[in-house]
Design a protein. Structure first.
Length: 202
């Protein structure tokens, strides 16, 4: 995603209405820290990744923002974007009700957050398959733009993109290549396949 999009999601923004009134739009992802600006922890990165996936699936921001606001105000769900219960069918933001609801009809069903309408579970199966959840929260993200498999896992290399099979940071491989070292030598040093190094170089 463009850096300024990520910046807006992390900080929020202000705009002036037709009548000249200033409107503040809240941030969409979790940040911490003060001073020079927000720091994005893993949960914030997870939220941004899911939000970007929703946008890529065609869900407009005009539906995402109110849905997240409703989940927080009516169900007390903070950081809903990082929850396994949040889904999309490519048009709407959906919520998967579990044991937390007293409504037996809603339990284990998918509901459009905006309207409360139930939807069929099979329409959302193809979305967000690159995320691994533990205890209902994002714990690992596979970055699909990379071959070989690259993951972002807060328990490996401090959450920096890492080659899943070998535990090597992508940045370390790229730094050697950017310094002009031959790909075959980098592959030998890291005990990687030459094809993997060439894929990262590309």
């Amino acid at each position: 995603m463009p850096a300024n999009t990520f910046h807006t999601w992390a900080r929020g923004y202000r705009y002036k209405g037709i009548d000249g009134t200033q409107h503040d739009i809240d941030a969409l992802i979790t940040t911490t820290g003060v001073g020079r600006g927000p720091v994005v922890p893993f949960v914030g990165l997870s939220e941004a990744y899911v939000l970007n996936a929703f946008r890529g699936a065609g869900v407009p921001m005009q539906r995402i923002r109110p849905a997240l606001s409703k989940l927080e105000s009516e169900f007390g769900m903070h950081a809903a974007l990082a929850s396994e219960q949040l889904k999309t069918d490519g048009a709407e933001v959906l919520w998967e009700f579990g044991e937390e609801t007293d409504d037996a009809e809603l339990r284990d069903s998918l509901v459009v957050v905006r309207s409360g309408q139930m939807v069929f579970r099979d329409v959302i199966e193809k979305y967000l398959r690159t995320i691994t959840y533990v205890y209902g929260r994002v714990s690992l993200i596979r970055l699909p733009q990379f071959v070989p498999e690259v993951v972002v896992d807060p328990e490996r290399n401090f959450g920096q993109p890492t080659l899943a099979r070998r535990g090597i940071r992508v940045a370390d491989v790229r730094a050697r290549l950017d310094a002009g070292e031959p790909a075959d030598q980098v592959a030998d040093d890291f005990r990687l396949e030459l094809a993997d190094v060439l894929a990262l170089a590309a």
